[in-house]
Design a protein around this ligand. Structure first.
Ligand SMILES: O=C(O)CCC(=O)C(=O)O
Ligand SMILES: [Fe+2]
Length: 227
């Protein structure tokens, strides 16, 4: 399931992040790539121990915390600290699947990557190319969103960033371990939650249809969630 979250960051937050990143150090993205990804990855990243970037990372986490769509679609158990990347003209990231286990640098804790996120920090007209292309069983999905908007997709899917041919594409990217490992089960919970929201817009909260379907949602979470 691929879901876009419009306006995850406010324009002020996006502008602030960009301003800080303008004066930060960038290193070769190979520093965090696994073996296969290293062969196809050509971009720049901000080192995870950069103090300024850690503050920006906290700001992105705060934005996730106020997004009902992120919570409903990802059902996050743990979110790795958001990182920042950049593709200048000639840079690209070929087809790869994200590493399955990652370590939280600050604590050493291992998390399983279930859901990948990209938050766009540059406007589509600031660069050419640089589309995120995610493959699933229904084909390829091309994503290029306005600054501040995010896309979440299953970490199990093959994906790439097409070459940037002009300008520069900046983004925040990170992974979450979900309480529900399986993409299809997560998808069903998201659809059910959306339907509950619509039903709650039509009926009072004490209507048996509302209480019944809400109970069903929680009982399914009880069946499937790992916490
Ligand atoms: O830049 C992006 O949108 C995705 C980056 C990515 O796929 C990765 O770092 O694994
Ligand atoms: Fe990736």
């Amino acid at each position: 399931m691929l879901i876009t979250i419009p306006d995850l960051l406010t324009p002020d937050e996006t502008a602030h992040i960009r301003q800080v990143l303008e004066r930060t150090d960038w290193v070769d993205g190979l520093s965090t790539a696994g073996d296969q990804a290293a062969g196809v990855k050509k971009n720049l990243q901000v080192p995870t121990d950069n103090h300024e970037a850690q503050k920006l990372s906290a700001l992105v986490l705060q934005a996730l915390g106020r997004s009902p769509t992120y919570s409903s679609a990802v059902l996050p158990l743990q979110v790795l600290p958001p990182m920042f990347n950049r593709y200048d003209a000639g840079m690209t990231f070929g087809d790869h699947v994200d590493g399955s286990i990652r370590v939280i640098p600050q604590t050493g804790q291992r998390i399983r990557t279930d859901v990948s996120t990209t938050v766009f920090l540059t406007e589509p007209d600031e660069y050419e190319g640089g589309e995120l292309v995610v493959k699933d069983t229904y084909g390829e999905h091309k994503v290029k969103l306005p600054a501040g908007h995010a896309v979440v997709y299953p970490s199990t899917s093959l994906h790439r960033v097409t070459p940037v041919t002009k300008g520069s594409r900046w983004a925040s990217f990170f992974w979450a371990q979900s309480m529900i490992r399986d993409d299809w089960q997560r998808h069903m919970m998201y659809d059910l939650d959306q339907s509950i929201m619509r039903i709650r817009g039509l009926l009072p909260d004490d209507d048996p249809a509302v209480t019944g379907i809400t109970a069903h949602y929680h009982n399914m979470i009880r069946q499937w969630a790992e916490v």
